[in-house]
Design a protein around this ligand. Structure first.
Ligand code: GLC
Length: 533
């Protein structure tokens, strides 16, 4: 079987508001991304995923869309979007947009019409009820909100200004699939799919059962004493994944990457049957809360290998626009970040990196009261230290600060007086220009790793087998493809490890102290190596 491109690629996520500001209004934009395409291309990423830049009141910074087939003026124009597609393709890369199918903005003309009466042509486009049931939103509290105009409650899985569309209405489904077709027709290579597991809700509006669980987790989104049986991961949503795939297939080999949560066998259902006739990929967010030990990664690799055997492919992601930056889980230790990305770029799976992760950009601690992100305002009653203890970032502004390009004012992101979010004070140190100049920087390490990944088919599509008999806190695996073999060794411990290994030639070392002496491998603390067998 020929591996499709979307299972071999490496993805770079751009949060457009924070990447590069071309017109100096303090907000990143599409022409800004155009100017930085060569940077991403030069790093070696093959696919770019851009968070939403469509028309939107920006109450959730683009995840609240008011027109799916137009561009918000602060990000540019339709011409810019089309040029971006063209320029990405010219470089032999791919571009993926972010489809928010579950809900629109409250300002979308469809919702305005829907709420205007109980019998208008769009009356049934959203989910309306005379009385709320016990369903809770993903951001705590009832997800039912009263509209005085219509005298009924509408359902919103996320925030009150993001009413859910009603996919049981065939017109809604057709209209949204046509929006998908609109972009595919313009040449887009696929989509990341926002809260895809919430698309369908129970048709009978049955109350969700009680649970003792207080806090939701990646594997089990129920929490605050309520299960999510009738609000998330309904069988209709798995079927919808197949229908979505069929729409994509009309245009060729397209990527579809679901943002879903739940137990691993639930996530798998979005990928369809044994032939992978559903979404082409799903995020598996457990690893966003990774532990930096060989044991943890051995377990996650084994689990993902079992859950996503060929023709499926797992996704390895450690940061995004909603969660704590990966380096903050590593005590901001660059040596550990290098090891983490050595794993991410050599393990069997599609790596997905968040802008700035390649230079080790850190969270910026910001006060919650003045957060622009609407989410932390809903959690005001929980003191910050609780989230810190749990390793969670509730104020997403902290992970969305402007990209740090150089050591000049505003880190070279913009020459505006004020950027939409403050630039991190560590930008004179942590920035692209600085790291370009340092041979052993995180940036150059990632660039080198992406280069090897591109050269070695076994890293892109080979099988994976864990290596046995390694010292404590050392992880090893081999990747094999058509007679080629690559071995990867990673020392998660801070002390040097020395051990015997079958003969193989190193083609990459994380530090100069990682080496082969005679028949012995020497791995420095947090050292790592790629060898050719
Ligand atoms: C997803 C997005 C997040 C957004 C939410 C509502 O979780 O990643 O940024 O706020 O959905 O659309």
């Amino acid at each position: 079987m020929i591996t499709p491109w979307y299972h071999k690629t490496a993805i770079y996520q751009i949060y457009p508001r924070s990447f590069f500001d071309s017109n100096n209004d303090g907000i990143g934009d599409l022409p800004g991304i155009l100017q930085k395409l060569d940077y991403i291309h030069g790093l070696g990423f093959e696919t770019i995923w851009i968070s939403p830049f469509f028309s939107s009141p920006q109450a959730d910074f683009g995840y609240d869309i008011s027109d799916y087939t137009d561009v918000a003026p602060e990000y540019g124009t339709m011409r810019d979007a089309l040029r971006l597609i063209e320029e990405v393709h010219k470089r032999g890369m791919r571009i993926v947009f972010d489809m928010v199918m579950n809900h629109t903005s409250k300002e979308h003309p469809w919702f305005k019409e829907s709420r205007s009466s109980r019998d208008n042509p769009k009356a049934d486009w959203y989910i309306w009820r005379d009385r709320p049931n016990n369903w809770q939103s993903l951001t705590i509290g009832s997800g039912w909100h009263y509209s005085a105009e219509r005298g009924q409650y509408y359902w919103a899985s996320f925030l009150p200004f993001q009413p859910d569309l009603n996919y049981r209405n065939p017109e809604v489904k057709k209209t949204m699939f046509d929006a998908v077709r609109f972009w595919l027709g313009k040449g887009v290579d696929g989509f990341r799919l926002d809260i895809f597991n919430a698309i369908y809700k129970d048709a009978q509006f049955r109350d969700n059962p009680f649970t003792f669980k207080l806090l939701p987790s990646e594997a089990d989104p129920s929490g605050f004493f309520r299960q999510t049986k009738y609000t998330l991961n309904l069988p209709e949503s798995f079927e919808f994944a197949r229908e979505f795939r069929q729409v994509c297939d009309e245009f060729g080999e397209k990527l579809s990457l679901g943002e879903v949560s739940g137990e691993r066998d639930t996530l798998r259902k979005y990928l369809g049957g044994t032939e992978n006739d559903g979404l082409t990929l799903v995020f598996d967010f457990e690893m966003l809360n990774f532990k930096f030990t060989a044991g943890y990664f051995r377990r996650i690799i084994l689990d993902l290998e079992a859950a996503y055997p060929a023709p499926f492919m797992p996704v390895y992601v450690f940061s995004n626009h909603d969660r704590r930056r990966s380096i903050n889980r590593l005590g901001e230790d660059v040596r550990k970040a290098k090891l983490l990305h050595l794993l991410q770029l050599t393990v069997r799976g599609v790596p997905c990196m968040y802008y700035g992760e390649e230079i080790g950009m850190t969270n910026l601690s910001l006060p919650r009261d003045t957060a622009l992100d609407p989410v932390p305002h809903k959690f005001k009653f929980i003191p910050r230290f609780v989230f810190d203890l749990l390793g969670l970032t509730i104020n997403r502004d902290e992970v969305r600060t402007p990209m740090q390009w150089d050591g000049t004012r505003n880190a070279g992101f913009s020459s505006a007086q004020k950027t939409w979010l403050p630039v991190h004070e560590n930008s004179p140190d942590i920035n692209v220009e600085n790291e370009n100049g340092k041979e052993d920087s995180l940036l150059n390490t990632i660039r080198a790793l992406l280069k090897i990944r591109k050269l070695e088919n076994s890293l892109q599509e080979g099988s994976l087998e864990l290596t046995g008999n390694l010292p404590d806190n050392v992880l090893g695996y081999s990747r094999k493809f058509e007679g080629e073999k690559i071995i990867v060794l990673l020392n998660f411990g801070k002390h040097e490890k020395v051990f015997q290994l079958e003969h193989a030639d190193p083609i990459f070392k994380l530090s100069k102290m990682d080496e082969i002496r005679g028949t012995l491998v020497h791995l420095n603390g947090y050292g790592g190596m790629i060898l050719k067998g």
